[in-house]
Design a protein around this ligand. Structure first.
Ligand code: GAL
Length: 476
């Protein structure tokens, strides 16, 4: 069924603040008119002062950020700087220089260069792996963003573009993601780097650090070339939620062909978090192309699909039906014309937040945070949530791309930001960047329609070379 999405009127968004001073104009008396005029002048002076202050605040953002009142969180909000030295340009023959003049070297260039001398900075070798089974000492429970992360059997975790389900019934976390442990190649000259579909990997954990491989819970189809899950296709960003009414675990994922023209979502179902999941079907939700996507289950049990559409120029959001196996015919366009993807949605104190990336394929770009009072919008863009590292780290989401934001139980306002540091030369060797995310304090970027007043709390993602969950200080 093709559904028309009601157009969000992006040129005239609703104003949230209505100022009583404006209504008094209609009273007519001279006295009240002068009161109104002076109030208005006062208001404008205040507004000007406020804008000046907030502007200076933005400039000071790197050093003078909001500090949490929660003592446990304070340490995670420390700003950690990175000072990576760019290696001097390599000697090249005059012929090579003539053929291809060297572009200016910067950190992004080094990151994208598979032969860079500082490759180990972004992709540390296996010697530096996080190995929970052999880590008795000081490094216990520490996350090292970017390092290879081993499961309980000593193999690198394969759960890219993933998400986490906390299963109330087994009191266990399940991490689902793309199992990409195969050769990276290009289907054709101009095609994106790819790995054939192997399936969806699943790992279980009680402490969010030690992960047991539960196997491939939704496997690729080897023979049937017409099947959505045929290995020559694309399966990305799988997410699983539990349906309390049907008692089923439901997986949604991005299904595509090698050229990304199918642009659909796929749905699978299981009785158990560890699968096996039965693949049901794929479709273009609401009749629209759908690429990067996620699902979000709200406190009232209503779940939503959020996907990049109209050639990634906007996102669409709409509730799933009661059994979570399909979309309904209700949907809204959001962030129209903003060209965002990799959505990761979360909620804090009744407000919805979302982190997104720009659209640059496997190359990293700047994250943005967005907020909304109602999940169906309007959604407003707040700015870059990344803090620390260095400027290039912040402009590249710490050389990674959002995939999920996990609320941390028992610590309201504290979340784990999960991102992928893609390695386009060897996608299976892409790394995980998990960092603390907090919500609190005033957003530092006044919004377009809020008369310069920050309406939302700031979302902050703090760079750390090494960090651990607050709960790990006293055991989980
Ligand atoms: C990214 C997207 C990834 C993958 C990649 C392919 O933009 O977020 O999930 O589809 O493009 O180039």
């Amino acid at each position: 069924m093709v559904t028309r999405i009601k157009r969000v009127n992006s040129s005239k968004p609703m104003l949230r603040n209505s100022f009583p001073v404006l209504t008094r104009f209609s009273l007519g008396s001279r006295c009240s008119t002068s009161i109104v005029v002076w109030s208005l002048v006062g208001f404008l002076v205040m507004l000007h002062l406020y804008t000046l202050i907030s502007h200076t605040d933005v400039q000071r953002q790197d050093t003078d950020i909001h500090k949490s009142h929660h003592p446990i969180l304070r340490e995670l909000e420390e700003v950690e700087e990175e000072n990576i030295l760019i290696p001097p340009p390599r000697k090249r023959s005059p012929r090579a220089v003539k053929r291809k003049p060297k572009r200016a070297t910067n950190l992004i260039g080094e990151f994208l260069d598979e032969n860079s001398h500082i490759r180990h900075v972004f992709f540390p070798t296996i010697k530096m792996a996080i190995d929970p089974m052999n880590e008795g000492g000081n490094d216990s429970f520490y996350y090292y963003p970017g390092r290879i992360w081993l499961d309980t059997e000593g193999n690198p975790i394969q759960a890219h573009g993933g998400g986490i389900l906390y299963d109330e019934r087994s009191k266990t976390y399940y991490w689902y993601g793309e199992y990409k442990n195969g050769p990276t190649y290009h289907a054709h000259k101009k095609g994106a780097a790819r790995v054939d579909v192997i399936g969806v990997g699943c790992y279980s954990s009680k402490d969010l650090w030690t992960w047991k491989n539960e196997g491939i819970v939704l496997a690729a189809e080897e023979k049937n070339e017409t099947h959505d899950l045929h290995k020559s296709n694309v399966l990305e960003r799988p997410k699983v939620i539990y349906n309390d009414k049907t008692g089923k675990y439901v997986m949604w994922m991005h299904i595509d062909d090698a050229n990304y023209t199918k642009a659909s979502v796929g749905v699978a179902i299981s009785d158990y978090p560890t699968g096996p999941f039965d693949y049901l079907y794929s479709k273009r939700p609401h009749g629209f192309d759908s690429r990067d996507m996620t699902i979000f289950k709200d406190d009232d049990g209503v779940a939503y699909l959020i996907y990049s559409s109209e050639d990634n120029s906007e996102l669409h959001i709409g509730p799933l039906n009661q059994d979570y196996l399909d979309v309904t015919d209700v949907a809204k366009r959001i962030l129209v014309g903003q060209h965002r993807e990799a959505p990761a949605l979360f909620k804090h104190e009744g407000t919805y937040y979302m982190i997104t990336s720009g659209c640059t394929g496997w190359a990293p770009n700047e994250a943005l945070a967005h907020a909304a009072e109602s999940i169906m919008g309007p959604w407003e863009t707040m700015g870059n949530p990344c803090i620390g590292g260095n400027k290039i780290f912040r402009l590249t989401t710490f050389f990674a791309q959002s995939t999920y934001v996990l609320p941390f139980p028992g610590l309201p306002g504290f979340f784990i930001f999960m991102a992928d540091r893609w390695n386009p030369a060897d996608l299976g060797d892409s790394r995980y960047v998990w960092l603390p995310l907090t919500v609190g304090g005033a957003a530092d970027q006044p919004l377009e329609y809020s008369f310069g007043f920050p309406l939302w709390s700031r979302v902050s993602i703090y760079w750390h070379k090494r960090w651990k969950l607050p709960a790990q200080r006293s055991g989980f």
